[in-house]
Design a binder for this molecule. Structure first.
Ligand SMILES: NC(=O)C1=CN([C@@H]2O[C@H](COP(=O)(O)OP(=O)(O)OC[C@H]3O[C@@H](n4cnc5c(N)ncnc54)[C@H](OP(=O)(O)O)[C@@H]3O)[C@@H](O)[C@H]2O)C=CC1
Ligand SMILES: O=C(O)[C@@H]1CCC=N1
Length: 513
C-alpha cells in the first residue's frame, strides 16, 4: 500500500477538514501536493492552503475522480447535496468514503450515493488531528447488512484498514460499532471543547490569584497535558492519580471538594449527555440555514463574562448527590435523561438563538482559516455553516442512535506516535498562538513501511500493558460505571474511599492487530 495508491481528497474544507488536511501533512503521511481540498468558495482556501501546495478546487467530482480516499467533511445540512453531486463519479469498487459528518449513518450515505456497495467508514476525530493528537473513533457498517456478500465485506475491511492506518498516524483511533459514533461525537469530537473550557476556567482562576493571562493559560494547558499523559501513559485511573496529589488536610482536596460542591463533574457529565442527544438528531433534523451574516468576535473580556455565567448556572450538586447513590444502571440512565431533558429545554432556546447567528457560508472559508490562525481576541465561536438551499426535509430512514448503547466492539487501538508539539516560534503580536508555519509541525516522515513499523511498535507497547481492567470509577454523579458510596468521599464526588487500585486504561487493553 502506498500513499500514491491512496490519493486523498477532503471534501468540505471548513474547520475539521482543514485540521485533517494539516494533520495529514504534519504527520508526514502525505505531502501537501498529494491532497485535494474542496469547498464551494475557494478564494481564501487558495490563499491559505493553495499557497502551501495543496490542490484546491470547488469541483468535488474532479477531486473524487483523482482520489482513492474521499473524506467528507461538510455539515449534516450540506451532506445530501454533496453526496448527490458526487454519486455519478463514485466507483463502489474503488473508492473509500470516510465521513466525519455527525449523525449521518452509513445507510444514509449509501442511499444518497445510490449504492449499498460503496465502502464507507464513519470517523469521528477532533481538531487536535491537526497536530496528530486526535482521538478518532471509527465504524463500518454492521456485517448483517452485507451478509453473504464477500466482495463488499472485503472492500469494507480494506476501507477500515486504510482508515485505521491514517487515523492512527493522526493520533489514536479505535473501532466501534456504528451506533457508538454518536456518543463518540460527544465524548471525542465535542469533548475537546469541554477540555478547552476547563483549561480556560483554570486559567481564569489563575489570573484571579495573580498570574498574567498568558502565563495562566500556559500553566493550565501544560498541566492539563500532564494529567492526560499520566492517564494515557501510566494507564492509571484519574482518581488514582488524584489520590497522589491530595495531601491529607491539604489544599488540593479543599479545591476539589469546592468544585464538586459546585457541580463540576455533574456539569461535565450532563454536557456530554446533552451533546450526544443533539448529535443524534443533527442529520435527521437538519439545521435551518443561518439567517444572518454576523461574525462573532469574542474579546477576552467577553469570554470571561461568558465563563462567569457558565459557572453560576450550575444547579447540579443536588442532582449529583442524588445520582451518586444509585448504582443501578437503568435508574441512573433515567435520571440522566430526566436532567438532560430539563437542561435541553433551556438549551433549545439558546441553540435556536445561536442558529440564527451563524455566519454566512460565503465568508465561511475565510473564517475557518482565521479560526485556525487567529488570536483569542478575534476568536469566533465554532459555527457550522450552511446555505439557504441546504435546508433539507427530514429523512424518514434516519435511525437515531442512542447514546446509551454501550455494547462496544472495542477495536484495535494504538498509541501510534507521539507528536512533537513543541512551540517553535511565537508571533510577537499574538503571544497565544503559534505562527502559521508551525502548522508544518516537525514530525517524523512516514513512508508506508515506516507507518507499519510505527504501528507495530505501538501495538507491542500496548500489549505490554494489557492486563486486568481494574476498577472503573465514576468521577461523580451519574457517570462512570464503578461502585459508588453515598458520598462521604467528595473528591470526584463518587469514588470509593481509600486508596485506589491501579487501573489499566481501557484502550490500552485492546488487542492491537
Ligand atoms: N468541527 C469539528 O471539530 C468536528 C466536526 N465534525 C463534523 O464535520 C462536519 C464539518 O464540520 P465543521 O468543519 O465544523 O463545519 P464547517 O462549516 O466549518 O465546514 C464545512 C465546510 O464544507 C464546505 N462545503 C459545504 N458544502 C460543500 C460542497 N457541496 N462541496 C464542497 N465543500 C462544501 C463549506 O465551505 P463552502 O461554504 O465554501 O462550500 C465549509 O467550509 C460536520 O458534519 C461536523 O459534524 C466532526 C468532528 C469534529
Ligand atoms: O459541534 C458539532 O456539531 C460538531 C460535531 C462534533 C464537533 N463539532
Amino acid at each position: 500500500m502506498t500513499t500514491e495508491q491512496h490519493s486523498i481528497s477532503v471534501l468540505g474544507c471548513g474547520n475539521i477538514g482543514l485540521s485533517i488536511a494539516h494533520g495529514l501533512v504534519n504527520s508526514g503521511l502525505y505531502k501537501s501536493n498529494q491532497i485535494i481540498l474542496t469547498k464551494r468558495n475557494t478564494e481564501s482556501l487558495e490563499k491559505s492552503m493553495g499557497s502551501k501546495g495543496f490542490q484546491v478546487t470547488a469541483d468535488n467530482n474532479l477531486a473524487v475522480k483523482k482520489s482513492k480516499v474521499v473524506i467528507v467533511c461538510v455539515t449534516p445540512a450540506q451532506l445530501d447535496s454533496l453526496l448527490e453531486s458526487i454519486r455519478s463519479v463514485i466507483n463502489p469498487k474503488y473508492h473509500v468514503v470516510i465521513s466525519v459528518v455527525s449523525g449521518a449513518s452509513i445507510d444514509d450515505i449509501s442511499v444518497k450515493l445510490g449504492s449499498s456497495g460503496v465502502a464507507i467508514v464513519r470517523a469521528m476525530p477532533n481538531t487536535a488531528i491537526q497536530y496528530c493528537q486526535s482521538m478518532t473513533c471509527l465504524a463500518v457498517r454492521g456485517t448483517h447488512h452485507v451478509a453473504g456478500r464477500a466482495e463488499i465485506e472485503e472492500r469494507k475491511d480494506q476501507a477500515l484498514a486504510i482508515s485505521e492506518k491514517i487515523f492512527n498516524v493522526l493520533g489514536n483511533c479505535i473501532v466501534l460499532k456504528e451506533e457508538q459514533i454518536v456518543p463518540a461525537t460527544a465524548l471525542c469530537a465535542c469533548g475537546i471543547a469541554f477540555f478547552f473550557r476547563a483549561i480556560r476556567a483554570a486559567s481564569q482562576g489563575g489570573i484571579e490569584i495573580g498570574f498574567h493571562a498568558e502565563d495562566a493559560i500556559k500553566i493550565a494547558a501544560q498541566t492539563a497535558k500532564g494529567a492526560a499523559t499520566l492517564v494515557l501513559e501510566g494507564g492509571y485511573h484519574p482518581e488514582y492519580e488524584i489520590d497522589k496529589v491530595t495531601t491529607p488536610m491539604g489544599c488540593t482536596i479543599a479545591g476539589l471538594n469546592q468544585m464538586e460542591h459546585n457541580g463540576f463533574s455533574s456539569a461535565m457529565i450532563k454536557g456530554i449527555v446533552t451533546s450526544a442527544e443533539k448529535a443524534a438528531s443533527l442529520y435527521s433534523k437538519k439545521q435551518p440555514a443561518p439567517s444572518t451574516t454576523t461574525h462573532h468576535h469574542h474579546a477576552p473580556q467577553a469570554h470571561q463574562q461568558d465563563s462567569a455565567s457558565t459557572t453560576t448556572t450550575s444547579t447540579t450538586s443536588t442532582a449529583n448527590n442524588n445520582t451518586e447513590s444509585k448504582s443501578n444502571n437503568k435508574r441512573r440512565t433515567r435520571n440522566q435523561n430526566k436532567s438532560t431533558r430539563n437542561q435541553q429545554q433551556q438549551q433549545t432556546t439558546e441553540s435556536n438563538n445561536t442558529q440564527q447567528e451563524k455566519p454566512d457560508s460565503n465568508n465561511n472559508d475565510q473564517s475557518h482559516e482565521q479560526q485556525q490562525e487567529q488570536a483569542p481576541e478575534q476568536h469566533q465561536p465554532s459555527t457550522a455553516s450552511s446555505e439557504n438551499n441546504e435546508q433539507q426535509p427530514q429523512q424518514p430512514q434516519q435511525q437515531q442512535q442512542s447514546h446509551q448503547n454501550n455494547n462496544s466492539r472495542r477495536g484495535k487501538s494504538n498509541n501510534s506516535r507521539r507528536s512533537n508539539t513543541k512551540k517553535e516560534q511565537e508571533d510577537p503580536n499574538n503571544p497565544w498562538k503559534k505562527q502559521e508555519n508551525n502548522h508544518q509541525h516537525p514530525a517524523p516522515v512516514y513512508d508506508v513501511n515506516s507507518v507499519d513499523e510505527a504501528l507495530a511498535k505501538a501495538r507491542s507497547r500496548n500489549t505490554h500493558q494489557q492486563n486486568g481492567r481494574g476498577n472503573r470509577r465514576g468521577g461523580s454523579g451519574d457517570g462512570g460505571g464503578g461502585r459508588r458510596h453515598n458520598g462521604n468521599n467528595s473528591r470526584g464526588g463518587g469514588g470509593e474511599g481509600g486508596r485506589r487500585q491501579p487501573h489499566q486504561h481501557q484502550h490500552q487493553q485492546q488487542e492491537a492487530n
